[in-house]
Design a protein around this ligand. Structure first.
Ligand code: T1G
Length: 697
């Protein structure tokens, strides 16, 4: 077995080199070898110091997530850190790539940190339901201050090199961090200094005012957690760095991290971490090892809200983008729309001012599809009208390369109809972005009947490159996400007729962990889109099915949500208010159905919404539209605000039990009739004793 850790001698400084692809995760054997190397350096008569570095794409990206269900090992990252700090020789970390979690905690225990200019550091443990367990919540505040450390451990964000240097988390940025780290170790040994984070006081907790600012920041972080435990615990741990001795703080942190590791929230978040990576792989079977076609120049047809957002997402990833609009005026409107987004990013500090021109320069604007002649991939994002879309694809097909991937951003169009009108139908697929396209993580990749694996591989590679979370969907009305949303939104409307109000439904789901309830989301997105869909589908709707007209009545009043100042709510200066007009419409719906309104408990709202999700998902799985239940969870969490610390509706259905889910859905069918029949898959699963987790394997 190749060693995971080697020790190279560079004169009187050792380089401890870690090599554990793909991300040098701290596994049990690696930590054991690392501790032995540290002890060897400390015992060696010649060596005066050491550097810890990694081979491959990144410094240690954290503890090995796959080991978290096993009992805690005897050699933890904290053990290695303590050995480094207890010694009399300087250890310097050479950081590149993403030094995260236990990896960055190891670096913080070193006496200095040298970082590559394009490197990033972070303590993202809260994103998998944990808190740093190897001193990160105790050393980071001592180096960067409590407020900065609080931000890092509660958001889990990655910190770029220049910010890490400014915060004091690293000591130097160098294009050759290894060479510079060797020099730094030699210099520290020469002047006999051993700077240790643990010896410092937290620099910014110096007065009642700063402590009050810290407490206020803790309260904000807790509010933003919306039911997630880890960020709240991480904030508390930073407080230990202020109030307790280092050793007391480290011990409390270790125990808290171990406690969270066995809890349901961390299990759910680790499940999602794995699920997102499984979803991003090519489907098993024929062509599962297909290679993606190279993509550098992308086209976008249509510069409205979606097209502009897609162009930004592509440009932000360093791709060349040509956006084609129907007229010079429309192209100018798209350019100003995109410019506004970047100007807002400059104002908020997310984009450096001197980067604005360069970023805008990545997007060219044109009015002729000939401008896409050399594009490797084109995303159509014109109006959701079948005839218009098919005309665009007919004209595109005559102008672009035969191997150019042709994608539609449609939220419902049958991709096979597009494939019918182009030559080379094998390169046609759907790329369903979620608004705002440059922000929302989810990307549904819709696979047509003739889409070849190479085209899928190209779309998956593009998703990864632009930082999206891809899920492959088959062709049906609404693919995976919108089809499920349509189903559970109907249950919400039924609840309105039975006695709930829009604000009560929203409050119940927001208490459950959703960032925003469905009616508030509808007002944000615009009610006219759903209205147009309902009118389009009306001829096909089963007249026996229960139908709630409240949304139609609201739209008939010209109330389309925030964009018109009123929808389910009345909107003004960033607030939403209950509107008696809507309350009256809701009550009218009950009267017209002869329903005596009743108080609807929050638990019932959540239970019925969840059951509707699971039943529609079971149908989607049974039809092969989604490959596995965990893909459905990835869609709901990344595209619809389902609380990630719950894992997703399918993960939660397993905790409730499939038989109980079937019972709940059967009860809904008994009360709500046609369209609410339990999915056949559920009975099959009960008969075979299989869980949704079993279907993921
Ligand atoms: N453990 C095990 N495997 C990991 C891993 C980890 N920490 N991180 C990534 N992988 C695998 C991943 O499953 C995939 O495998 C491959 O590496 C490439 O990952 C003690 C307790 C580092 C930014 O939370 O954020 O330290 O699917 O596809 O998009 O206090 O991976 O190919 O078989 O994501 O370039 C803290 C989690 C752990 C970092 C790279 N660390 N990882 O992103 O590649 S807890 C994290 C990431 C901890 C300490 C605590 C990302 C990345 P496969 P990828 P990427």
């Amino acid at each position: 077995m190749k060693p995971l850790v080697t020790l190279e001698r560079h004169g009187d400084v050792a380089v401890i080199l870690i090599d554990n692809p793909p991300v040098n995760a701290l596994s049990i054997p690696l930590r054991r070898e690392l501790l032995e190397a540290v002890q060897e350096v400390q015992a060696d008569k010649v060596l005066r110091g050491a550097v810890i570095a990694c081979a491959g794409r990144t410094f240690i990206a954290g503890a090995d997530i796959r080991e978290f269900d096993a009992p805690p090992p005897e050699v933890t990252t904290g053990t290695v850190n303590a050995a480094i700090e207890a010694g009399t020789k300087p250890f310097v970390a050479a950081l590149h790539g993403t030094a995260l979690g236990g990896g960055f905690e190891l670096a913080l225990a070193c006496h200095a940190r040298i970082m590559a200019p394009d490197g990033r550091v972070g303590l993202p443990e809260s994103r998998i339901g944990l808190i740093p367990g190897a001193g990160g919540t105790q050393r980071a505040p001592r180096l960067a201050g409590a407020l900065a450390a609080l931000d890092l451990v509660t958001t889990g964000r990655h910190v770029p090199a220049d910010e890490a240097l400014k915060l004091g988390l690293v000591d130097e940025i160098a294009t050759d961090p290894l060479r510079q780290a060797i020099e730094r170790a030699r210099a520290l040994a020469a002047n006999g200094t051993l700077p240790r984070a643990r010896d410092r006081a937290v620099p910014d907790m110096v007065s009642a005012e700063t402590r009050a600012a810290f407490e206020a920041a803790v309260a904000t972080a807790s509010r933003r957690a919306r039911g997630a435990i880890a960020p709240v615990k991480a904030a508390e741990a930073v407080g230990w760095a202020i109030d307790l001795s280092f050793d007391e703080g480290v011990e409390r942190e270790r125990l808290a991290s171990l406690d969270l590791r066995t809890g349901p929230q961390s299990r759910a978040l680790r499940y999602l971490f794995h699920a997102e990576r499984v979803a991003a792989r090519l489907p098993p079977g024929a062509g599962h090892d297909a290679r993606p076609w190279p993509v550098q120049h992308c086209g976008v047809v249509g510069g409205g809200t979606m097209g502009s957002g897609i162009a930004i997402a592509l440009a932000d990833a360093g791709l060349e983008v040509t956006l084609v609009e129907a007229s010079a005026e429309a192209a100018r409107a798209a350019e100003s729309r995109i410019g506004l987004v970047y100007e807002r990013q400059v104002k908020s500090g997310r984009l450096a001012e001197d980067m604005l021109e360069e970023r805008m320069g990545r997007i060219r604007f044109a009015t002729d599809l000939d401008a896409l002649a050399e594009a490797a991939l084109v995303v159509e994002a014109v109006v959701e009208d079948l005839a218009v879309k098919l005309d665009v694809f007919r004209r595109l097909s005559a102008r672009v390369r035969r191997d150019c991937v042709l994608a539609s951003n449609t939220s419902y169009l049958d991709i096979n109809l597009v494939a019918d009108v182009v030559d080379a139908p094998e390169r046609v697929l759907g790329l369903h972005f979620f608004s705002p396209a440059h922000v929302m993580k989810l990307l549904e990749i819709v696979r047509g009947g003739r889409t070849v694996p190479e085209a899928l591989a190209t779309a998956l590679a593009l998703a990864r490159r632009i930082g999206k979370v891809p899920v492959i969907a088959g062709v049906c009305e609404g693919f995976i996400g919108n089809r499920m949303f349509s189903s559970w939104r109907q249950q919400c409307d039924f609840l309105l007729e039975e006695g709930a109000t829009p604000q009560e439904v929203d409050a119940a789901l927001e208490a459950y962990g959703f960032a925003m309830g469905p009616y508030a989301v509808a007002d944000l997105a615009g009610l006219d889109i759903g209205w147009a869909t309902r009118k389009r589908l009306a001829p096909k709707r089963d007249k026996r099915a229960r139908y709630v007209p409240i949304a139609d009545w609201i739209c008939e009043l010209g109330r389309f949500g925030q964009k018109t100042g009123a929808g389910y709510y009345r909107h003004g200066n960033g607030t939403r208010e209950v509107d008696p007009v809507v309350t009256a419409l809701v009550e009218r719906a009950s009267v017209e159905k002869g329903i005596v309104r009743r108080a609807v408990p929050q638990a019932e709202i959540v239970e019925r919404v969840h059951a509707a999700m699971v039943n529609e998902a079971a149908r989607i799985l049974g039809e092969g539209i989604a490959q596995r239940p965990s893909d459905v969870d990835v869609v709901l969490v990344n595209g619809y605000g389902y609380p990630s610390w719950r894992g997703g509706p399918m993960h939660e259905a397993d905790a409730i039990g499939v038989a109980e889910m079937l019972r709940r859905i059967a009860a809904i069918h008994a009360s709500d009739g046609v369209g609410w029949e339990p999915a056949p898959l559920l009975q099959e699963m009960v008969n075979s004793g299989r869980s949704f987790a079993d279907l993921n394997l």
